[in-house]
Every structure is written in structure tokens, then in C-alpha cells.
Design a protein around this ligand. Sequence first.
Ligand code: XMP
Length: 511
Amino acid sequence: MQKEELILILDFCGQYNQLIARRVRECNVYCEIVRHDISAEEIKSRGAKGVIFTGGPASVYGDNAPKCDPEIFNLGIPVLGICYGMQLMTHTLGGKVERADKREYGEIEVNFSKSVLFDGFTDKNVCLMSHTDYVETLPQGFEKIADTASCPYAAIENKERRFYGIQFHAEVNNTVNGTKIIDNFVKKICGCSGSWEMSSFVKETVKALKEKIGDGKALCALSGGVDSSVAAALLNAAIGENLTCIFVDHGLMRKNEGDEVEEVFGKRFKSKFIRVNAEERFLSRLAGVEDPETKRKIIGEEFINVFEEEAKKIGKVDFLVQGTIYPDVVESGKGIGASIKSHHNVGGLPDHVDFKEIVEPLRDLFKDEVRKVGRELGIPDYLVDRPPFPGPGLAIRVIGDITKEKLDILREADYIFREELERDGINKISNQYFAALTNVKSVGVMGDYRTYDYMIALRAVTTMDFMTATFTRIPYETLERVSSRIVNEVKNVNRVVYDITGKPPATIEYE
Ligand code: XMP
């Protein structure tokens, strides 16, 4: 990392902390989230150009309220306190924080005064407020630079010492111009040039991985999905042939997908690549199984079995590579979804593989950042831009029991659907789109003949977080073309329907 461009974000356990990091990086400035009790000395030795205190649930007067090293304020570098961070700064520097009777929450109109923090704005701006405590008396040397109808100090500054506080959350989308406020802080106040790019992240991560792994050996379960592919590509760049990627081809991939993965990782990369063709094994264990959870369980187990068998052939490895990204960390922390479906990520942790440590090089990145890293590393767009694909693959898109014949029908229909959506640019407004093979056969007519064939369901959803979703508004013309191509080009299909259910009550996948 370019040290002169480093911003440190002190973590006071706010729910939007990762978003702050994301916004700073969007300003092309490198940042890291660090513990709130990091010493001033360490901040100095790391050459940070500024620090940001995040929000957090505590009150500065609480018994266990997280504090910062007060010496930070003597380092001569700018500080931006957000919400709790602003209150902590006020409290530490001799101002007064009070508890309001009522929480101020929501998108609230804030009146801005002139300040470099708000350069380029008008004097009114809608911001997301979420606080109960508020700053009542300013510390010496501070001035008000914003207020709301009920909050006397919505933003404050000590221009001379370059200390800034905002009571609202500039990092969330609901705050209009939020990123610009952060941009003003990191560039105009901290003096960062904004020259950091994903290429720097790649360079630094590869360097750090090299140092960490040295001559050790690493193993990666490659699923062909974006995350494990990009994690593998980073390790490939760092340690080359000391990385072995095992790609368990369970025969439940989409059309051409297995070959595409092999083409990239087997041919273009230095690391070792093992493709295990385990289709028969999976299909024979799945034969006749109709229950969705049983299917998922079998696939999860069989995946681990195959992976372990292959890993054992390699012998002892030092590191196991995981493509965990930040939303996974948040999601597993909250345990969301666990009670609805037993989500399985190919690449889940096997019990019997002997390794020393897990490496998760993408742990702090959001999906779009992961895609950028992938592009930097030369992974082709068709892999990097893929919509999410579940670990159990097409098995949970064939409703009921699975056969090779059904999978082949689905692969063809799904391919046509995706091709047509991409052709019409619908992939820009839909976050996940696929076909499913329903367990329904119905009567149709082809030429002069009666048919009795499968019904394909098309599903396309628009969503921010995959926790809730609405169906994507696909134009009728596109749907018509898809339907006509599928019934004409895919044998054993005579009916196509479009699923217009939201999540909830439906889930995105069918099983
Ligand atoms: P649902 O069906 O729960 O899906 O609404 C939400 C998102 O999760 C994906 N999904 C999975 N991903 N392993 C995965 O890696 C799984 O077992 C799994 N099940 C669902 C789904 O594709 C959607 O993006």
C-alpha cells in the first residue's frame, strides 16, 4: 500500500463500518479498519494521513464505552468522527455530550454552513440520522458547521487542528452527497491524492500473501463462482505452482461452465489445477431423491468426500484458501437464512484436510470490488460478471428428483434465457436470472401432434442484498422471444412461465 495515502478507520462497532471503508476506497484512497484502541504511536508509525472514528451503539458515559488513545489528537493529523465517533471526540476534548429524550432517526434535512467538508454543496442536504446522544457543548476551538431542527450540532469543525465531526452517516446511500463529504475529508482535508486503485490492492495483497505463505503450499476449492475464482487468482499470482486448485465438477453446473473454468485455471494459470469429474458419483447418490434439504445435504457431503479424497493425494498443505467476502462474514454473523435453507458454499470447510491456517484474501471486499480485482488479475468478463450461482448448482433448480436428462434440458433452456436477457441488457437491471425445470408436465400441441412435456419456469430478480427481492420487469417482447426459442430449440419442453413472485414469500431459488 502507498503509505502516504493510508486512512485508518477506528472501529467502534457501528453497523456501517464496512461501508465507510467502501466509500473511502471509492474515492481511490486506501484505508483499513483497525481496532478502536490502536495506539497513537502505531497510527503514526503506519504513516496514516488521517483517521476516521466510526459510529457505534455505545454512549460515551457507558461503563464499557470504547475509548480511543487521546494522544491521537496530538498527532497533527485530521480526524473525522462519525456519530458516536463525533461524540467521543467531543467528550475526549472537553465538550459535553447529552442524552436526548427521543432518538433522532431517519432521513432528515440538515442545514450546512460553509466548511471545506461540504465543499460543492448547497446549504441544505438530506442526511441519515440515527442517534440518541448528542453534542451539547463544543470543545474549545470547535465551531458548528451544521444543524437540524432538533440537533444543535449536526456537524462541527476545528479548522485549525483539522478535526471534524458529523452526527449523521455520510457513508450510507440515504445521505445525499455522502460520498462527496468523505471525498472532501480524505482529499481536501487529509491531502490524499486519490491515486489508489484496485491494482494497488492486488499488488499489496499479492505481496502480503507471498510473505505469509513463503514456500508453503496452499489448497483451494474452486467452484467456478466469482469469489473462489478471484481468491484463487490472487494466490496464483502470489505463489504460482505452490497453489493447487481442486475443481469438483459435480455435473450440476450450467452449460459450458466446467469447461470455461478449466480453460482459465487449467490453461492460463501457473498453479496446479485438478478437475474431478464426479458427475456420476453425484447423480447416483441423488437418484430418486426429491426432498430439497436431503438433496442439499447429499451434495454438501459428497462434495466434502470428493474434495478430501483429492486433497489427501496431495498430502499436507499449509493453507486452505477460502473465497469468503465481506457480506458472507456479516451474514454468517447474523445466521440469516440458516433456518430457511441450509446454504452450502462449494468450498465449505472440510474436516479431515490437514492444514495449518485458512487464508481469506477477499474478506474485506464487497462483491463489486471482488469483480474489479478479478478483472485486474485477467479473469475473463464472462467469469467475473457472473450472477451468483448456488453451491448445489442446478440440483436446486430441478424441482423434485434429478436425472441427467432433466439437467440437460434445464441447461439448454437456462442458456437461452441468459443469452436473451444479456442481449437486451436486462442483466443490468436484474441481479440474478435463471431457468428452473418444474416437476410439471402438461399437454401441448406441436404441428398436428399432441405433446406431453415439461414446463420451464423463468426467474429473474432485482435485489440489493438477496435477502429480499422483487421480480425483474422484463419487457414482454424479450419474454416472448425467450419462450419461443425455448419451446423450439429445447426438446421435451412445451410450456414456459415467468415467475412474478417476490421474496418473501418465495425464495429466489426453488428449493
Ligand atoms: P434464496 O433461495 O435463499 O437465495 O432466496 C438467496 C441467494 O442465495 C443463493 N443460494 C445459495 N448460495 N449456496 C450458495 O452458495 C447455497 O446453498 C445457496 N442457496 C441459495 C441464491 O442463489 C441467491 O443468490
